[in-house]
Design a protein around this ligand. Structure first.
Ligand code: AMP
Length: 292
């Protein structure tokens, strides 16, 4: 079936209405599509009859010193990916079409939007939730798919949907990685070969933490304390701080998957081991879900 490209909100609503009967799944992206995005589209197809993908580099979620201007934009290639994955509608509006010039009202991510990743990117999650709610209202999907790669974003979207009674089912998708462990990201294109070697420490640190928690191999001890898991991961990151280029750590945390508060010794069940670091000019994030 044909792919319709809608470049403004009016065209999107028309294309959405032309889809006919059946369930609609939305996959929001910022483009520069890779295998991780493809996996979301495939999962979306399992949950719905029609898949809508948005490609929008959302200015609201970038800070003044961040990479909005140089964020990779590969629209023609993105369209081919969507075609290959059987997507029915691609929504790629301009910022001017998306946001009214006199706009006032936005979504607040609350206290949870100000911790962990939000502490390093003030306003980021307000911008994310505002655009996601607008996309939900425009597309009116039955289901929307988001990657576990952005674990705090996924948790906040679930929170928004619960708190504001948004009638959309949220599906989380596992993180797709390179064979060497590096989590796929549109920002990986910024990495030089040397950057990439340093960047591998992120996933290696997470695996070390997971092993300490007894999740992989035989080295770990089930029942390890959060501090022990964090120490195992931190040792890998400290080693990479001496690489060229060095890994510059923003945070390493073992967090409650629903609230992103740090977990204490008594915590049982799932916990997210999350890391963010700068390598050269690139800021990367990664995480793994552990069971304690
Ligand atoms: P982005 O284009 O980076 O805003 O990402 C769009 C969606 O793809 C978000 O829901 C991300 O969590 C998800 N995503 C990004 N990277 C990956 C990955 N490596 N594996 C799975 N999903 C991903």
């Amino acid at each position: 079936m044909d792919l319709t490209v809608a470049t403004d909100r009016a065209a999107l609503v028309k294309a959405r209405d032309a889809l006919g009967p059946g369930r609609i799944a939305l996959v929001p992206t910022m483009g520069a599509l890779h295998e991780g995005h493809r996996s979301l589209m495939r999962l979306a197809r399992e949950h719905a009859d029609h898949v809508v993908v948005s490609v929008f580099v959302n200015p609201l979620q970038f800070g003044p010193d961040e990479d909005f201007g140089r964020y990779p934009r590969t629209f023609d290639a993105d369209l081919r990916v969507c075609e290959e994955e059987g997507v029915r509608v691609v929504f790629a509006p301009s910022a001017e079409d998306m946001y009214l010039p006199d706009r006032q009202v936005a979504v607040s991510a609350g206290a949870m939007g100000g911790v962990v990743e939000g502490a390093f990117r003030p306003g980021h999650f307000d911008g994310v939730l505002t655009v996601v709610l607008k996309l939900f209202n425009l597309v009116q999907p039955h289901v929307a798919v988001f990657g576990q790669k952005d674990a705090q974003q996924l948790a906040l979207i679930r929170r928004m949907v619960a708190d504001l009674d948004v009638p959309v089912s949220i599906v989380g998708a596992p993180t797709v990685r390179e064979p060497d462990g590096l989590a796929l990201s549109s920002r990986n294109r910024y990495l030089s070969e040397a950057d990439r070697r340093t960047a591998l420490a992120l996933s290696r640190a997470l695996r070390a933490g997971a092993a300490r928690a007894g999740m992989t191999g035989t080295a770990g001890t089930a029942g390890a304390r959060p501090a022990e898991i964090l120490d195992a991961a931190r040792a890998v990151l400290e080693e990479a701080a001496r690489f060229d280029p060095p890994l510059l750590l923003d945070y390493l945390i073992l967090a409650d998957p629903a609230t992103f508060a740090p977990v204490g010794d008594g915590h049982r069940g799932e916990a997210i081991l999350a890391v963010a670091a700068k390598v050269g000019a690139t800021r990367l994030i990664d995480n793994m879900v552990l069971t304690l």
